[in-house]
Ligand binder design. Structure first.
Ligand code: ADP
Length: 403
């Protein structure tokens, strides 16, 4: 059997490696997998081979994986043991998710030594992500030495932000010298979802004003005007903006100064506090929205408040982005919470009828349907949609586009 031409998409984090092998001609996922807890005593591996008619085969195991190089060996071993064959479905390109591209990268970029130096140089802006992404690129280049590697940056789609949106009102020279400005993240998802929205509505992307709400573990909103990102809620780092699973989102910066002065909390402690112990987790003791929704429904007060704060913030951004765009044609929910949580969607858009935003409760709660769907009522002036994101497919498409 002759195999498919494929793209291998990689997302390497500080302790995990996610991969997907995608057939170029059909855009079908041939296999995907996850190596988690790299560097701990037992890492867990999951390798899923796509079967006919959606009958996927999962293979799981646990054993120590010391570093990114060993994670790649484990991935290759899984392909060898369970298929599909990487010889028959040899990747023609390897696409890498890279979190921070700063001002330098505004599109998919073939990885060269100079590109790697630049990714490393941006590590002070994304200390948790860029070094891990770079380690993934280097490990992958050893294993797949004969194919091009392409970096696809989370920030790239937001390179079209106007200066008024990306500039913080602080000392201009201090900001310029230290690259302090808003960059935005989740760009691959915002781009993919805004394009899918135009396709679903059967309207030209160039004419559409869309607000994309990417609500996953991390969460961000994006105002897209004619296919260009013009405003987004994450800033210099992914901490700004919406309330997230464990991140606070927007906060008066003086809170940090106050806690430092009053309790002597170090900046490392404050960093951990805001990135890992805040958001839904900080408010309710639960970082997963499913648990928060269930607990709130059962009468748990902190969970109720967490849900209210979360929805209040989403609504605030929707209002702000309608103002920035001068009106919106569509509001689109995506990612884990956005695609799956009818209560969160209803709460976030409640009371916006005066702005022409009207959900249809039955459409909102109906359906385990896959694919894009409308959840607004027929008399809603603004279309409200659920559009599943697919960052891996977008990375695969962009990686192929530069070959
Ligand atoms: P990531 O940002 O890690 O890619 P996802 O987009 O997969 O995350 O979103 C994961 C989150 O989605 C989970 O933490 C969970 O809170 C939320 N989620 C998934 N399914 C549901 C659901 N049915 N109801 C509410 N939240 C959900």
């Amino acid at each position: 059997m002759s195999g498919a031409r494929a793209v291998l998409v990689l997302n390497s984090g500080s302790s995990s490696l996610k991969y997907q092998l995608i057939d170029i001609s059909t855009e079908r996922v041939l296999a995907n997998g996850l190596v988690e807890r790299i560097g701990e005593t037992a890492a867990s591996l999951k390798h899923t081979v796509a079967g006919a008619a959606g009958a996927d085969e999962d293979h799981r195991s646990e054993h120590p994986v010391a570093d990114m190089g060993e994670a790649f060996s484990a991935m290759i071993a899984a392909f060898d043991a369970f298929g599909p064959s990487l010889r028959e479905n040899a990747p023609v390109v390897v696409g890498h998710r890279v979190v921070h591209g700063g001002k330098r990268f505004f599109g998919p970029t073939v990885v060269t030594d100079l590109v790697k130096i630049n990714i490393e140089d941006l590590a002070d802006l994304a200390p948790l992500h860029n070094p891990a992404n770079l380690a993934g690129i280097e490990a992958a280049q050893k294993v797949f030495a004969d194919v091009p590697h392409v970096a696809v940056f989370d920030t790239a789609f937001h390179s079209t932000l106007p200066a008024a949106a990306y500039t913080y009102a602080i000392d201009a020279e201090l900001a310029e010298k230290n690259r302090v400005r808003r960059y935005g993240f989740h760009g691959t998802s915002h781009k993919y979802v805004s394009e899918q929205t135009a396709e679903f509505l059967g309207r030209p992307l160039a004419e559409l004003k869309t607000i994309v709400l990417h609500l996953g573990n991390g969460a961000s909103a994006c105002a897209v005007d004619g296919g260009r990102s013009v405003e987004t809620s994450m800033g210099m780092t992914p901490l700004e903006g919406l309330v997230m699973g464990t991140r606070s989102g927007d906060l008066d910066p003086a809170v940090l100064i106050y806690l430092n002065r009053k309790l002597g909390l170090s900046f490392a402690e404050l960093d951990a506090e805001l990135n890992r112990k805040s958001g839904l987790l900080g408010l309710s003791g639960r970082g997963d929205m499913r648990d928060v929704v269930d607990a709130a429904a059962a009468g748990d007060e902190p969970a109720r408040l967490a849900l209210d704060v979360y929805a209040h913030r989403v609504k605030q951004y929707v209002g702000a982005y309608i103002a920035q765009l001068g009106g919106a044609d569509a509001i689109v929910f995506t990612a884990g919470v956005g695609e799956n949580s009818a209560p969160v969607r209803a709460l976030a858009l409640a009371g916006l009828e005066a702005l022409g935003i009207r959900l249809d409760p039955a459409r909102n709660t109906a359906s385990r349907e896959r694919g894009a769907r409308r959840i607004s009522s027929d008399d809603s002036a603004v279309e409200v949609l659920v559009v599943p994101t697919n960052e891996e497919l977008e990375i695969a498409r962009q990686s192929l586009s530069v070959l």
